[in-house]
Design a binder for this molecule. Structure first.
Ligand code: ATP
Ligand code: MG
Length: 332
């Protein structure tokens, strides 16, 4: 059976980008067709300036939201990364497989390190090695597929390189995974800056739709979205990034084709209104279910406990095999 792994970082409140780019595939298809593991990858949230209490709170919130979005513990495994030691155990071996230059070429490292420096902070070493830990997250489970948004494609490519290199040097140990991107909305853009992706850790929040935003807040953010010069509604990412982002959102919410949708609009206002309504409707059931689950934290704890137990059981043999293959003496 196909094995799937994917994760989400508790670096901020989950966004519409996270949902359309990743979580929706997990819920609607992945958990039904494969042995799927999904993780709140909390160790990754420590790679940038963080507040301990906030990370803890956001980890619980992310797990609760994933369940609210429809992940079903009877169908998939949901767990918190730091509850399973195998990730960090394997990460070190992969650090010994990766090169410094490879890490520095990662676009996300360049962007996030620049952001940290601009904010007057220093760049944590873990931000540089982050893609190696992510590779460990994936390879520990022998995942075949990694459903992610477009921004993570480069990291999955690196994971493939590391798996192939390790296998060539030390013998067949890891499955070589591949990224699976959604057809539409693989890169949801910020509503205030449609040339940069919507990201949950961004400081400027007016262009970000959070999954738990109240309906009137969602409406306001979409209605105030930056659009492009001219007034024609055309699906063209280069010439009309703002309008194209709205068309992609509407298409993703209504299961339609963004190019075909464009033909039905003669003004930006009508497109914004329909998009706002569609996003509000998409998020409504999720918000309601989230409120119910918040009233039952013991249920969420139980799911995470059982998820970590199963994840440990699956990862252990692969990581042990990697320790042997790379030349470490087994404990007697
Ligand atoms: P951060 O700003 O901390 O990096 P993020 O919003 O990018 O947060 P991640 O935890 O890095 O979220 O990514 C979780 C998943 O959501 C990944 O599969 C990623 O590709 C996807 N994703 C994130 N942002 C978007 C987006 N704007 N559009 C589509 N998919 C996205
Ligand atoms: Mg990200």
């Amino acid at each position: 059976m196909t094995r799937i792994f994917s994760g989400i970082k508790p670096t901020g409140h989950l966004t519409l980008g996270n949902y359309l780019g990743a979580v929706r595939q997990w819920v609607e298809t992945d958990q039904h067709r494969a042995d799927a593991l999904f993780s709140v990858v909390d160790l990754h949230a420590l790679t940038v300036d963080h507040d301990p209490a906030r990370v803890r709170r956001l980890s619980r919130q992310a797990a609760t939201l994933l369940l609210a979005a429809g992940l079903d513990p009877a169908l998939c495994t949901l767990f918190v990364q730091s509850h399973v030691d195998e990730h960090t155990r394997l990460s070190y071996l992969l650090e010994c497989t990766a090169s410094d230059g490879e890490m520095r070429r990662m676009i996300q490292y360049k962007e996030k390190s620049a952001r940290e420096k601009a904010a007057g902070g220093s760049v944590r070493l873990s931000l540089l090695t982050y893609p190696v830990l992510m590779a460990a997250d994936i390879l520990a489970y022998g995942a075949d597929e990694v459903p992610v948004g477009d921004d993570q494609a480069q990291h999955v490519e690196l994971t493939r390189d590391l798996a192939v290199r390790f296998n060539q040097r030390y013998g067949q140990t890891f499955t070589v995974p591949r990224a699976v991107l959604p057809q539409v909305a693989a890169r949801v853009m910020d509503l205030q800056d449609p040339t940069s992706k919507m990201g949950k850790s961004h400081a400027e929040t007016s262009g970000i739709v959070y999954l738990l935003d109240e309906p009137d807040v969602v409406r306001r953010k979409v209605m105030r979205a930056v659009t492009d010069s001219g007034s024609e509604v055309v699906y063209d990412r280069e010439a009309k990034p703002g309008v194209t982002n709205l068309l992609e959102l509407l298409a993703a919410c209504t299961d339609k084709d963004p190019g075909e949708l464009a033909a039905g609009y003669t003004s930006y206002g009508a497109l914004k209104k329909d998009t706002a309504d569609a996003v509000v409707e998409l998020l409504r059931p999720l918000r309601e279910r989230h409120a119910e689950l918040c009233a039952d934290p013991a249920y969420v704890d139980g799911v995470l406990r059982e998820g970590a137990r199963r994840a440990r059981e699956l990862a252990r043999p692969t990581v042990d095999a990697a320790y042997r293959a790379i030349g470490l003496l087994p404990a007697g």
